[in-house]
Design a binder for this molecule. Structure first.
Ligand SMILES: *Cc1c(COP(=O)(O)O)cnc(C)c1O
Length: 395
């Protein structure tokens, strides 16, 4: 079957598969760092130019990793992809591969802690000027982009408040001044993403999250045009070394087989949970992009086809004390900080993922002491709702 004619779920199961002479059904783990050549001439030719299914060294590429990259590119609708050792390796490489001293970056202020560290602490050390804006405010992007920029960076759905950034709107403004658009798309998930057609030049995932989906391995992937991936990202990564291991790539391939089923089931449960939490006496605001009450619901429809995703955030009226009592009373939902997992997970951002920020910074980002971030898993939705309600009642 021609690749172009495969449906998405078919591509997730069959896309990118490379079989050895044994015809193995399940993808093989090519646990090898090197490749033997038939002759010195072949080695020379491959170093001059390696073809798509020719490998030199696992830091540059490996058959299992290549299967994962091809399958990801099919899912995302991207020309090409490069896999990395973690999501942060993907974020840092996508920025560092494209930037040099004297460049200017405009970024959303609503960012994952480690992304913020790269932009605030590392890039300025190398002479890159970084400016932050409220990612939800197109007028703020327009103003910040006025003096020109090399690159814009944002999370399309922010952690933990689930605010969206308008990819199409920001990309238009960025491209008008010649800036490249790099999108961290973890919370939107590759299942609902249309970020490339909406204007992203590079789309970045922590594969640790929904792509693995079962909490086993760390990984990342950068997707985009063949030109950007092969001429900018690949040279940077193959010489700096954050390669994905073949074992991890195999776990991720297995994750991709079921990602569409998992993420759609998790999204349906998240919707049911958001509805069940809304109006409970102990709960203040419920933030879920799939709810009509989400302030950006129109954008959710335009950008994600109305899919609210697998995360729900809500404020407990009793602050930190209520949040801790709630978490400690949970019987099925686990207390952790991963997300996109088959297991449902509750996080208290103020004391964990966003502890490093000052109370003022947290307030500015909408992270109250009573905020709970819920990553909805694939358990029976009735069990999850019952567990959450009994924990709320125990406050
Ligand atoms: C988890 C996460 C990352 C980092 O990914 P790792 O695989 O943990 O390195 C980056 N961005 C977002 C939005 C994330 O949720």
């Amino acid at each position: 079957m021609a690749k172009g004619t495969m449906g998405r779920r078919t591509a997730l199961v069959h896309g990118g598969t490379k079989r050895s002479q044994w015809g193995e059904l399940s993808e093989a783990i090519f646990l090898t760092q090197g490749f033997a050549y038939d002759s010195a001439e072949q080695a020379e030719a491959r170093f001059v130019k390696a073809g798509p299914d020719e490998f030199i060294y696992a830091r540059y590429g490996n058959p299992t990793v290549a299967m994962f990259e091809e399958r990801m590119a099919l899912l995302e609708g991207a020309e090409d992809a490069f896999a990395t050792a973690s999501g942060m390796a993907a974020v840092s490489a996508s920025l560092t591969a494209l930037l040099k001293a004297g460049d200017r970056v405009v970024a959303a202020k609503q960012l994952f802690g480690s992304c913020l560290y790269i932009l605030e602490e590392i890039l300025p050390r190398f002479g890159v000027d970084v400016v932050f804006v409220d990612g939800t405010d197109l007028a703020a992007w327009e103003q910040a982009l006025q003096p020109g920029a090399t690159l814009v960076f944002f999370e399309s759905m922010a952690n933990p408040t689930l605010d969206l950034v308008d990819i199409e709107g920001v990309a238009k403004l960025a491209h008008a001044v010649g800036a490249l658009v790099v999108v961290d798309n973890v919370f939107s998930t590759p299942v609902y993403s249309r970020a490339i057609e909406q204007g992203a030049d590079l789309v970045v995932y922590s594969a640790t999250k929904h792509i693995d989906g079962q909490g086993r391995t760390l990984g990342g992937v950068i997707l985009g045009t063949r030109d950007l991936i092969r001429k900018r990202v690949e040279p940077y990564l193959k010489h700096t070394g954050a390669a994905m291991s073949p074992f991890t790539a195999w776990v991720m391939l297995k994750g991709l087989e079921t990602i569409d089923l998992r993420v759609r089931a998790q999204t349906a449960s998240a919707g049911a949970i958001a509805a069940a939490l809304s109006g409970h006496a102990a709960v203040g605001a419920v933030r879920y992009p799939g709810l009509e009450s989400h302030p950006q619901h129109a954008l959710v429809k335009r950008q994600l086809g109305g899919a609210g995703g697998t995360m729900v955030a809500f404020d407990l009226k009793g602050g930190k004390e209520a949040a801790f009592r709630f978490c400690n009373a949970l019987e099925i939902v686990l207390i952790s900080n991963n997300l996109g997992d088959a297991k449902s997970i509750a996080t208290h951002p103020a004391t964990t993922t966003h502890q490093r920020l000052s109370p003022e910074q947290r307030a500015g980002l909408g992270i109250s002491d009573g905020l709970i971030r819920l990553s909805v898993g694939i358990e029976d939705p009735e069990d999850l709702v019952a567990d959450l309600l009994q924990a709320l009642d125990s406050i």
